[in-house]
Write a protein that binds this ligand. Sequence first.
Ligand SMILES: Nc1ncnc2c1ncn2[C@@H]1O[C@H](COP(=O)(O)OP(=O)(O)O)[C@@H](O)[C@H]1O
Ligand SMILES: [Mg+2]
Length: 248
Amino acid sequence: MENLLNSENKDRLKFLLTYPSFDQNTYDKRIQELLSLDISSVYSSGKVQLHKISILGKGSVGIVTLVRCRNRYFVLKIRRTDANRANMYDEVLYQSLANSIGIGPFLLNFSENFILMEYIKGSNILDWYNSKNSTCEKILKCTCSILQQCFHLDRIKLDHGQLNRLDKHIIISNDGTPTILDFETSSTKRRTGNVTNVSQSFFLNGPIYDRLRDSLDNDNKQVIKIIKDYKKNLSPENFKKILNFLKF
Ligand SMILES: Nc1ncnc2c1ncn2[C@@H]1O[C@H](COP(=O)(O)OP(=O)(O)O)[C@@H](O)[C@H]1O
Ligand SMILES: [Mg+2]
């Protein structure tokens, strides 16, 4: 894997650290930040292509890339220079809160423009649910784990904010463990809708529902009522009724 910190790759490093618009001051400041995080390599690696650099992912706030720090691989989320926020501190706060109950990639360190976190190796949820190796049992187990993680987030009043788009915010590891990503639009001030949001994709409509529907024990009307009841009262009893849709 190519290390973009090597001097011959300087132009590509400049492009990556200041994406999408280069500015020398921003670049100089970010290089200092990288050093303060003890990052020894920034790799060009991953399925997403950004000009001549391979990365792990790209969103509206961050560019996500593989790095090395203290002899281990991590993920660095780099704030885009056109992001609609001035720093990464809110995301750090909410990701740490999720981490405190064992949810999300483990946060190792951060600075104004970077978040350094655990690298989650795995597949997009849609690819994993549709893969030949994913048996019904594995899919049900994974679905149950996602719902439980969402229930824990609901209980601590942390609303993820984007769990209506599961394909962009959940990675499934090879062993079937799901990890919820990206706490950039999270909040503790809104009404929490984590379980209700993922329940729509699992039990009501969309490509994941299409894959799951034969392993579900429900009809639409009943699902809507039970989700509504849960929305009114986020109790363990109401949550259990949602879990019961899964026909193990
Ligand atoms: N910890 C991680 N491990 C592996 N891949 C990640 C990790 N965090 C993010 N990614 C990848 O990068 C993409 C963009 O990250 P995300 O946090 O959603 O950025 P944004 O806040 O800009 O939307 C994700 O969809 C995912 O594919
Ligand atoms: Mg995102």
